[in-house]
Ligand binder design. Structure first.
Ligand code: NAD
Ligand code: IPM
Ligand code: MN
Length: 364
């Protein structure tokens, strides 16, 4: 196999701060496990736009086209006053996801015993939580047309978005989620609003038919999205793989961050369909955003970014051993009391972003 082309885009706010730590750890694992990777880091984000007039400069665009895997920090999509709509559209995270053909966004949520006291939930609710969202990433209201702010017949402005799913999009996400469940505990919960939305009713029909045709060995439950929000805090252990659409997946995965203890702990992997060479194109990013409230202070938790690098080792570098080793190092650092501010109890000593990176590296 030719070396894996890895493109690193730190982006905005805490994105570059946490990505720097993920990159240190990734380079360490590359050397330790002798992984064939070519890593390049290029400018991207609002600061790049202010300096160059491009949110994503031409050389970064070119690098995206040759990348097998992108290690991504965060974007601040609210801090773009004055940016031409065209630049915004060409450089956005949504267009990057589209360009890479990403359709399955995996968002694993596990609880760490060391963080029982940090989480707002009781230890008995948290024990044994190990679930993974498969958020459909290519469709739904994120991309549906028509969209825009327009005038109605009476001259009133209205905002328009369209929630639309075709059956091919549902099938490919569902097939991925069933296969993932098959390799885990064998339970898939498909989440929709079939009671209100036609796209949800179709979602349920298509998932049910696929289950009958190809995945009878997996247990399938259907759940309404509002009930899922409740069950994530009442009985999160019941979940193994949760399949849902783009918007519900965005909301429900942030809601599940309270189980882990902080949004600063949740990684993600976004995958395309396999290319002819069998490789999937992929993007790895924390579930959190640019966190403007703590950016530039060196205090952000880099573990979501570091665990996203573990996902890269698993899904793109094909090294389950390196991925699992890195995840164990994160658990060990937490068990030894390493804490950034977001996961510290009052009075506990806190590490900055780089020191947390050191704490993980020290255990590799
Ligand atoms: P956010 O996820 O950036 O922050 C939410 C809260 O969590 C904040 O209080 C923040 O300080 C905290 N937090 C997040 N990550 C943390 C970390 N690693 N360590 C410690 N604390 C952390 O969400 P927001 O503030 O609502 O949005 C800010 C910007 O980020 C918006 O422009 C939004 O569009 C963007 N965003 C981008 C992504 C992405 O790049 N994938 C994801 C979500 C939000
Ligand atoms: C996420 C983010 C993005 C999303 C935004 C920044 C476009 O919230 O990755 O969770 O909504 O998909
Ligand atoms: Mn989100």
């Amino acid at each position: 196999n030719p070396p894996l082309n890895v493109l690193v885009l730190g982006g905005d706010g805490i994105g570059p701060e946490v990505t720097a730590q993920a990159l240190r750890v990734l380079r360490h694992m590359q050397a330790k496990h002798d992984l064939a990777m070519r890593i390049e880091e290029l400018p991207y984000g609002n600061a790049t736009w202010r300096a160059t007039g491009h949110l994503m400069p031409p050389e970064t665009h070119a690098a995206v086209d040759r990348a097998d895997a992108v290690l991504f920090g965060a974007v601040d999509s609210l801090d773009r006053t004055g940016m031409p709509a065209e630049e915004r559209a060409r450089g956005s995270l949504l267009s990057l996801r589209k360009r890479l053909g990403l359709f399955a966004n995996l968002r694993p949520v596990r609880t760490e015993r060391a963080l029982d006291e940090v989480s707002p939930f009781k230890p008995r609710t948290l024990a044994g939580v190990d679930l993974c969202f498969v958020r459909e990433l290519s469709g739904g209201v994120y991309y549906g047309q028509p969209r825009g702010i327009e005038r109605d017949a009476d001259g009133r402005r209205r905002g328009v978005n369209t929630h639309i799913y075709d059956e091919d999009q549902i099938i490919r996400a569902a097939r991925f989620a069933f296969a993932l469940a098959r390799g885990r505990r064998g339970v898939l919960t498909s989440v929709d609003k079939a009671n209100v939305m036609e796209a949800g009713a179709l979602w349920r029909q298509v998932v049910t038919a696929l289950h009958q045709d190809e995945f009878r060995d997996v247990r399938l439950d259907h759940m309404l999205a509002d009930t899922c929000a409740l069950m994530l805090n009442r009985d999160p252990k019941r979940f193994d793989v949760i399949l849902t659409d783009n918007l519900f997946g965005d909301l429900l995965s942030d809601a599940a961050a309270g189980l882990a203890g902080s949004l600063g702990l949740l990684p993600s992997a976004s995958l395309s369909a396999p290319r002819p060479d069998g490789r999937r194109r992929a993007l790895y990013e924390p579930v959190h955003g640019s966190a403007p409230d703590i950016a530039g202070k060196g205090i952000a938790n880099p573990l979501a970014a570091i665990l996203s690098a573990a996902q890269l080792l698993r899904w793109s570098a094909g090294s389950e051993a390196a991925a699992a080793e890195l995840e164990r190092a994160v658990t060990a650092a937490l068990e030894d009391g390493a804490r950034t501010a977001d996961i510290a109890l009052p009075g506990e000593a806190v590490l900055g972003t780089a020191a947390m990176g050191d704490a993980v590296l020290a255990r590799l």
